[in-house]
Every structure is written in C-alpha cells, then in structure tokens.
Design a protein around this ligand. Sequence first.
Ligand code: NI
Ligand code: MN
Length: 230
Amino acid sequence: MGVTVKWLGHSTFALDVDGHPVLFDPYLTNNPLAAAAADELDAEMICVSHAHGDHTGDVISIAKRTNALVICNFEMANYFEAKGVKHTHGMNPGGKHSFEFATLKWTIAHHSSSFPDGTYGGQPNGFVFMAHESGKNIYFAGDTSLFLDMQLIGKMGIDLAMLPIGDNFTMGPEDSLEAIGYVRPKYVMPMHYNTWEPIAQDGGAWANQVSNETSATPIVLDPGGTFTLE
Ligand code: NI
Ligand code: MN
C-alpha cells in the first residue's frame, strides 16, 4: 500500500490512497492540459480547495456518478448539495476531521472564491491530507500567495507539497521557493501552471532551483504522469 499521485493538468490530481481513489480539484472539461476525461475517473472522495471553475468544473458530475464524498468549505458544501450532490462534508480553516481512510486538516489560502455563476463560495482554502494506512501527509496549497503561516503547516511533517507556481493568480516560482523553506516537504510538486499563457512557467528551470536552493526533491510531472510516495 502507499500513495500514488497522478497529475491530470492544472491543479487536478487523481490519487490512489492505500487502494482508495481520491480526486483533488477536478477540472478536466475545457482544461487545455487535461490528461483524462471526467467521465472515466473513479472517486470515493473529492477534495475541493475553492469555488473557481478551474477547480470545481467537474465536481458535480463526478460526484453524482461515483457517489463520492465531496469535502470542501461549508458554503461550497451547501452549494453542491443544492445542485444534487448527495454526500458532502463542509470544513473551515483550522478544522481537522477523520474520514474512513484519511484525516484532513483544512488550511488558509490567500485568494478569492466565487462560483462561475457568481454564488459566494466562502473562503479559499488548502488542506493537509493525512493517509491513515501509509501515514503519508500531503499538503495541497490550493490557489494562494505565499504566507508566513506555512511554517505552521511545516510542523505537521509534510511528505509531499503541491504548490502553485503559475504566478499572476497565485504565487510564482520565486515565492514557491520561499514556501518550500516554510513547509519543508520531502517532495514538492508544481501545479497551476502552463494551462494558459498568463501562467506559463518553465517547470525544468523551477526544478533546478528547488534542487539547488531548498532541501526538497522536486517532482515535475507531465500531464498524466504519476509519482508514488514510498
Ligand atoms: Ni482560483
Ligand atoms: Mn485557479
């Protein structure tokens, strides 16, 4: 058992967590980098950081088809329930909850969070995903700027951090190096880049900087690529 992470482009990840399928921020339809179609993905749990369409685009269709539990902030949980999603679990920053095969701790993010139809989506968030069986801790930062409180997240002992590096809407490569210093993960994976021109970045150059200037090991995947935490 263990945790395998597949990057599907943008901030969308499909994980196998000790045998359980999990999705982070599923956005496949209209995602220029999508390495899978929404209707071919399995999920028992879907974790969603904030309400923007490039993070929630396929949540409802996948949740309805798979009956997955959708974990997100309180306002988003209400929204998804109103749209016919049966199983949701609302959280807010600082809160931790134990689920069947993982514990989640909800964290702050500095960004905005409204649904594409204009509905208020609560505060944007990130989360720490703690797999019960394999004991692996993954920090998914969501869309955020750099913030000093990432030092507190680092105290939790992070095996893998998923950080945005696209710049413009979130932190860019330079700030992500500072973030790595705060979070101190064993491995770090970039996300939220190269989807569109305003967030175009050189993943290879970023990886070289991470290797040279931080203690973390960079994992730069092509869309569809996988990495196993052992
Ligand atoms: Ni966003
Ligand atoms: Mn985004």
